[in-house]
Design a protein around this ligand. Structure first.
Ligand SMILES: [Zn+2]
Ligand SMILES: [Zn+2]
Length: 307
């Protein structure tokens, strides 16, 4: 199994490019060499070599500073609540929309799908699983800057996804190589999206809606008893939806709302997976008052404006 996961990633080398060289303005391909991806650059003093792990992942940001809050605990908590059924409606809808988009694509080569900012990897896995169950010729990538995210994602195997630690600002894909970009609760980099996307490509973006985690925001607001906390992430993310509409012609908008129970055993998970609680000493006390949360998201499907 491990060998297969490594090979799956190595086999996609023709559409990969070296992100280290890209930072210097060079577009340089990667070739498979043993169990590594090696850049073919003749200009850089040192060859860039990225080893593929037995989990089917490759780290293309080797010297990474720790990302505050976005730790293994954070991603593991996300994975645990998803295993409990949280976000199941949203995952279902994302898979369904990807399936509809794939139906419109008639290609000689595999359909290439990249979940950019994949976090703990649930969406990428669900998409890969769907493609495998229907024998659809697809290559699914899960990309995140946090190596802890990819570590959590690959615990238990690659599950048919090619996992890459990479920076949003220097994605490891060649120009016009990705057919479907998935971007869930995660920042977008539209110039990079535009560069990697095929001319008929589609972007699926998920942004939180106004009621998302409203119970947590309410608890925080009550604890602070002041208005500062009212600049909620929902407000901030709504502008992320507006930004998407500036970069893409929106073909489909779907609101997905799910009410989930927070059992006492899950309260610590909620504290760990919610950025607004990251640096609060009272996070344990806050979540102990929360017994259900609303998951509220907008799924946007659009074609990027390539001009
Ligand atoms: Zn390089
Ligand atoms: Zn170079």
């Amino acid at each position: 199994m491990a060998k297969q996961s490594i090979q799956q990633l190595l086999d996609t080398s023709p559409i990969l490019q070296c992100p280290q060289c890209a930072r210097r303005g060079e577009q340089v391909g990667l070739i498979a060499q043993g169990t590594s991806l090696v850049c073919t650059c003749a200009l850089c003093a040192k060859v860039h070599r990225f080893d593929v792990s037995s989990r089917g992942s490759v780290n293309m940001v080797p010297a990474q500073k720790p990302l505050l809050g976005y730790t293994e605990q954070f991603f593991a908590a996300r994975r645990a609540v998803i295993d409990h059924g949280w976000y199941s409606l949203l995952i279902e809808q994302v898979v369904q929309q990807v399936a509809l988009v794939m139906d419109t694509m008639h290609k000689a080569t595999p359909i290439r799908i990249a979940d950019i900012g994949c976090g703990e990897g649930s969406y990428a896995k669900a998409i890969a699983q769907y493609c495998a169950s229907r024998s659809i010729d697809a290559q699914v990538f899960g990309v995140d800057l946090a190596k802890d995210a990819i570590h959590v994602a690959t615990t238990g195997g690659s599950q048919g996804v090619r996992w890459i630690v990479a920076d949003l600002a220097a994605l490891p894909f060649a120009d016009q190589s990705i057919d479907i970009i998935v971007n869930v609760f995660s920042p977008a980099n539209y110039s990079e999206f535009k560069r990697i996307q095929t001319s008929y490509g589609v972007v699926l973006k998920v942004v939180p809606e106004i009621s998302h985690m409203v119970q947590v925001h309410r608890a925080v607001r009550q604890a602070d008893a002041e208005r500062t906390a009212e600049v909620s992430s929902a407000l901030h993310e709504r502008s992320a939806g507006d930004l998407f509409a500036q970069h893409a012609s929106v073909k489909q908008q779907l609101r997905v709302t799910q009410q989930v129970e927070v059992q006492p055993a899950m309260q610590p998970l909620l504290a760990r997976m919610t950025p607004v609680l990251f640096h609060r000493e009272d996070s344990t006390a806050l979540v102990s008052t929360i017994h259900e949360v609303t998951l509220d998201a907008m799924l946007l499907v659009g074609k990027q404006i390539l001009e």
